[in-house]
Every structure is written in structure tokens, then in C-alpha cells.
Design a protein around this ligand. Structure first.
Ligand code: FE2
Ligand code: FE2
Length: 133
């Protein structure tokens, strides 16, 4: 069983976003596995960098779509993205500075955040899009 199995309840009804979320969940599983397999710094760094990049790509995509659709919850949603981006960058920096980061803590934190964000915050935008169509 994967660390973070993808489930139908994570779908918000916007295909392009659902696909990106599924990919994010997959990257988080890769990170978890790399951390737990005790893979070398290089491999772990690659996975972490890939995840960080994809998080930013995904956030920009959602924000662009919210702007295009005139979503009223845009600012509050973007603030959540910004806060998370800072947090992910902190994790990346800590890793680069060779500070001790706990794999369990990092994986659980990212999983918890993503689950909550998809189910609560992204879901609201999904509902808004569906109501528009
Ligand atoms: Fe999202
Ligand atoms: Fe979002």
C-alpha cells in the first residue's frame, strides 16, 4: 500500500486539476519512498527538487485559472499557496544545508497539508467551476 494512496474523493471535478493533484500525490509517494529507502542525498535531492518545482507549477496553474474565471476566493486561496511554497522552500533549504530533516515529519506534513488543501480549499474552487458550467 502506498504511503498516500490516491482516492476518488480527492477529485474536485476539474479534470486538469485532478490530474495534477494525482501527479503531486505520486511525487509525494516517490519522496516518501526515497526517504525511507535511505537513498543517497543525490537521489533524495532530485526527488525533492522535482516535487518543489511541480508544487509551484501546479499552484500557478490553479491561480491562473482562478483569475481567468473571476473566482471570488482567489486572494485567500493564493495566500495558502504562498504560505505552503515558503514552507516547501524551507524544507528544501534545510536539506541543502544538510540540516537534519525527519523523513517521517516531512512526509506526514506534506501529506496532511495536501489532503486538507484539496478536500477543503481546492474543492471550493472545483464547486465554483462546476456551477459556472
Ligand atoms: Fe491544488
Ligand atoms: Fe490550491
Amino acid at each position: 500500500m502506498a504511503f498516500f494512496p490516491w482516492e476518488d474523493r480527492y477529485r474536485i471535478g476539474v479534470d486538469r486539476i485532478d490530474l495534477q493533484h494525482e501527479k503531486l500525490v505520486g511525487l509525494l509517494n516517490d519522496l516518501y519512498e526515497a526517504m525511507h529507502a535511505g537513498e543517497g542525498r543525490e537521489a533524495l535531492g532530485r526527488v525533492l527538487t522535482g516535487l518543489t518545482r511541480y508544487v509551484r507549477t501546479h499552484f500557478s496553474f490553479e491561480e491562473q485559472m482562478m483569475r481567468e474565471r473571476g473566482y471570488p476566493g482567489f486572494s485567500a486561496h493564493r495566500e495558502k499557496h504562498e504560505k505552503m511554497t515558503r514552507k516547501v522552500m524551507e524544507i528544501q533549504e534545510a536539506f541543502e544545508k544538510e540540516e537534519i530533516i525527519s523523513p517521517v515529519q516531512v512526509s506526514n506534513f506534506l501529506k496532511g497539508w495536501l489532503q486538507k488543501h484539496i478536500l477543503e480549499t481546492d474543492r471550493k474552487f472545483g464547486d465554483f467551476c462546476q456551477a459556472q458550467e
